[in-house]
Unconditional design. Structure first.
Length: 175
């Protein structure tokens, strides 16, 4: 159901791209470092965004975990003498609304807020899906009219994983 929702959002964004030639559609791919209360993870990220105006855009992103499992603290009430407690980030996705502040034609800042979901596996304790609110800030720099780079810092308030943070860098392509 979650993937169906994300697909529906992307499908509703796609037809509007051809209707307004002054608006920008961007795709980006990159790397992000995820840091949760219990474990850390590396991920590949992909993002599609649509600028409704110079100052407002909507984004949808997907993440897939890169790293193997990382060590975690032994949960209270668990016998960790038999099992080494480990956690692994598998994948995630999210949607957000971003406010953009263009500084020059090539450089701009943004702040975003939205909703994200993540799937993780833990060797001891609960595994599965988690979701929550996200917010963050970042900057885009374009080398020319179409190619650029994005730097960002995000925070997440997940229901089960607790607070999390991520840092990312991405290649951005404008259409």
């Amino acid at each position: 159901m979650k993937y169906l929702t994300l697909t529906a959002i992307l499908a509703t964004m796609a037809p509007s791209v051809g209707l307004a030639q002054d608006h920008r559609f961007t795709l980006s791919d990159g790397y992000s470092y995820q840091q949760f209360d219990q474990f850390n993870a590396h991920a590949l990220s992909g993002r599609i965004s649509y600028d409704f105006s110079e100052f407002l855009s909507v984004e949808a992103n997907v993440l897939t975990g890169l790293s193997g499992s990382s060590a975690i603290s032994c949960p209270t009430g668990t016998d960790c003498s038999i099992v080494d407690p480990r956690a692994r980030f598998r994948h995630g996705y999210g949607v957000s609304v971003a406010g953009n502040l263009p500084i020059t034609d090539r450089f701009g800042l943004f702040a975003r807020a939205g909703y994200a979901a993540a799937n993780f596996k833990v060797s001891v304790g609960p595994s599965g899906d988690d979701s929550g609110l996200t917010y963050g800030v970042g900057a885009n720099y374009f080398f020319n009219e179409e190619h650029g780079v994005r730097f960002e810092y995000n925070r997440a308030e997940m229901d089960n994983l607790g607070e999390g943070a991520s840092w990312g860098i991405s290649y951005v392509r404008r259409f």
